[in-house]
Design a protein around this ligand. Sequence first.
Ligand code: PA5
Length: 443
Amino acid sequence: MTQSHKITLNLEDFAPQIPVGSAILEEAKTALHSLKNRTCKGSEWTGWLDWPHKFGMSLNAEIKHWMQNLSVSYDTIIAIGIGGSYLGAKAVYDLMVGPFGPTNGLKNLYFAGQNMSESALSELIENLNHLQRKPLIVAISKTGTTTEPGVAFRVLREWCESKFCKAECAQRIIAITDPKKGALRQLALQNGYKTFEVPSDVGGRYSVFTAVGQVPLMLAGLDVKSFLDGADQVFAGLMGRDSAPSLDPFILQYAAARTAAWRAGKRMEVVTYPEPKMRNFVEWFKQLYGESDGKEHRGLFPGSLECTMDLHSMGQYLQEGARTMIETFIVADNPRTPGMSGRVKVPAMGNNLDELQYLEGKGVDDINHMALLATRKAHASGLVPVIEMRLGALDLPHIGALMAALQVSCPVGGILLGINPFDQPGVEAYKVKMFELLGKPKS
Ligand code: PA5
């Protein structure tokens, strides 16, 4: 198997403050072993391991075939979902279109149902009406009973039925949900919507390679196969399949470093990134780690810092606030959005009024690169242990590989923390109170 990605982990600004020795790496190896042979806590939720190879590629072909036979045309996709039913697709889409929407042949992919904002919903409807959009509506909910996407789906279904006849709505609405149970499956059956499955042994935050990520991203025009290929290479290395090169050292060292930080009294991990289009990738990261680790009063709180924007707000805290954090930089050698490769250089202005003459002719990327290096060194000298993750490029194979590697590394760290990395019992607490306040009848 030829490797289509280059991903490295650098602990040179971490280990001098928090050593990551052979003992903790051995612990991480044992934890990884228990994940792979499915003896860890929550092992009934590890269906995502090696999923691209076992099911993902054939699902990809099935979705392609279904798309070729779609009987309606569309210019927009509205993916409805929250948490793990939303963040993976949002992360990947944003990385591939950049911050200003698609100009590279991709379709508009809107997201709804990840909040209870009436203004967000009404502005979405206004946008659809004003631009005379012809959308496909993809409702994604594993349980099929989550309130936020449920409300958004009702509103968008009503809108759809006001614009298109019932038969056309049945073509425009797609449901991705539990294979057998739940309200969304029943609704889809009643109305003849096309359905795809969220596998019952895969939790939301581990589901980006399933239909949950694949369907909206493929409908938007992305080459999801190369995203799956990147992930598959990581899983192949992990499972010792197809003589694939292994990313296990990355997986183990990162889990061991985070665990060592927790044991050394650190309580927060700030993920620092240099490109605005990475914002939702880091939101995906925050959900993966926050929801997996944050149990039994344990786990690093995942936060984020967008460079260089947040250096003018949170930079002060990072440099001189409470020393309870570690920082993880995620950077790419080539951060360009594939298909958009223009360079921007600082132009000559014939004077030095803005004192920027020394930057004339430099690419903005080169300045960003130096700004990031300077930030990393400044924070490390301010006693923040710093990890650097480096990708060869921000393209689909690299993103797929990094998401797969983090999906494995995260539960390895969770096992070392002693918690079940695959459940999320705490998410129920706000729902119980909200249902009480809204007067939901008890079933
Ligand atoms: O990671 C998870 O399991 C959660 O974030 C869920 O994805 C989220 O709560 C949405 O649940 P559902 O897909 O059932 O609507």
